[in-house]
Design a binder for this molecule. Structure first.
Ligand code: PLP
Length: 404
């Protein structure tokens, strides 16, 4: 039977303490023990259903993590206070001083800055490579490499990573493949395609209401247990714990993720086709001329579309800024970073979410001054939204070139 991540979520029944349809939220930083022996035992090793202190684990975060593991078809998961906490904890757990990471050069700006500026202070270095070029990846791997790192769909140009091919390279060299799946929850299942660790910024689509920052790591039982080890785990010792009230609201939002992803995807495809039809340069994996469209068709979980992000190259910073101001005035959405919100958000990555990447690198990747990243909202009538965008394009001097 086809794997269906939304059905996995749907089949979860979590009864609250008093029979509530939502499980009770744990409101405790610490937990009582009925004997000294039990406390000593728990400090020694984990005991199923026993909680020690909320920074280590609590029941609400466990409920959420267990559902995330089902969604990604992993053995276990750990919810964290942010996507960056999930990424940094994972990499610190996998690498020690002297170790190396080979990363895709097209990653979120914050991830790039972590790899480029912060991890080297701990003696962990990174080589940034074009992940579409497997020979370049192989050439960058050394005996010290521990991790291949990429995003399933890259930010913001939506290059799709060939996870099975990357997994083969990782296996050959006995290293771990870590995939950030923030842009394509439900659509792609990286663990099933051969990744060892999957990460999400739950701030985005998984939560969907842009009202909190959160993240998660999904992997094997052993890896997830190592993250919260009392003596050495980064999720325990660096303290990136998700608040249990937030975990409870994320768990509720997770149950509407399939409806939202489908609608984001439908709207994004409509907008991408509209912009393409206007003669503009558009990046969207749902478009037939996108270089990874066929790959997506073969490897995605069917029924959730191709994602809610579309990139548009307007050609110049001035045109991009003009268009974004007009679209905000005309209520298309907000000029704001982030993604996965129910309203449309747009920003220019070169001057915001990718600004940590040096200018020459941005140029070689193809992230120009005029690039706009759209996170398409859940608009009921996307054709009407496109009409408004058409007016904005005309006013910004980006009118159709078709007739010319
Ligand atoms: N991964 C991707 C692909 C992102 O776009 C972001 C943030 O924009 C992050 C990770 C970091 O997540 P957070 O802001 O939740 O720490």
């Amino acid at each position: 039977m086809t794997f269906d991540p939304a059905k996995r979520i749907q089949d979860v029944l979590l009864f609250g303490e008093f029979g509530g349809v939502n499980p009770s939220i744990t409101d405790s930083a610490t937990y009582t023990f009925m004997s000294n022996e039990k406390m000593e035992e728990l400090f020694d090793h984990e005991i199923e259903g026993c909680f020690l202190y909320s920074r280590h684990w609590n029941k609400t975060n466990k409920y959420l993590s267990d559902v995330l593991a089902l969604m990604e078809d992993g053995e276990a998961a750990h919810a964290t206070a942010s996507g960056m906490a999930a990424i940094s904890s994972t990499l610190i757990q996998l690498c020690s001083t002297g170790d190396e990471i080979v990363s895709s050069r097209t990653v979120y700006g914050g991830t790039y800055a972590l790899l480029k500026n912060l991890l080297p202070r701990m003696g962990i270095s990174t080589q940034f490579v074009d992940f579409q070029n497997q020979a370049a990846i192989r050439a960058a791997i050394t005996p010290n490499t521990r991790v291949l790192y990429c995003e399933s769909m890259s930010n913001p140009l939506l290059e799709v990573s060939d996870i099975p091919a990357l997994s083969r390279i990782a296996r050959e060299h006995n290293i771990q493949l870590v995939v950030d799946n923030t842009f394509s929850p439900l659509i792609l299942s990286p663990l099933r395609l051969g990744a060892d660790v999957v990460i999400h910024s739950m701030t985005k689509f998984i939560n969907g209401t842009s009202d909190c920052i959160a993240g998660c790591v999904i992997s094997s039982h052993d890896f997830i247990a190592s993250l919260s080890d009392i003596n050495s785990g980064p999720c325990m010792l660096l303290g990136p714990v998700l608040d249990s009230l937030r975990a409870a609201s994320l768990l509720k939002n997770l149950h509407s993720l399939h409806i939202r992803m489908t609608q984001h995807g439908k709207n994004a495809l409509h907008l991408a086709r509209f912009l393409e039809n206007e003669g503009l340069t558009v990046y969207y994996p749902g478009l037939e001329n996108h270089p990874h469209h066929q790959w997506m068709k073969t490897h995605r979980n069917p029924g959730y579309g191709y994602g809610g992000i579309v990139a548009l190259d307007t050609g110049s910073k001035a045109a991009a800024n003009k268009l974004m101001s007009l679209m905000q005035e005309q209520k298309v959405g907000y000029l704001a970073v982030s993604l996965g919100y129910f309203k449309t958000l747009f920003s220019a990555p070169a001057h915001s979410t990718s600004s940590e990447i040096p200018e020459d690198e941005l140029d070689s990747i193809g992230i120009g001054d005029g690039l706009i990243r759209f996170s398409i909202g859940l608009d009921r009538d996307i054709a009407q939204t496109c009409e408004v965008i058409q007016h904005c394009l005309t006013e910004a001097g980006l009118a159709p070139t078709k007739a010319a």
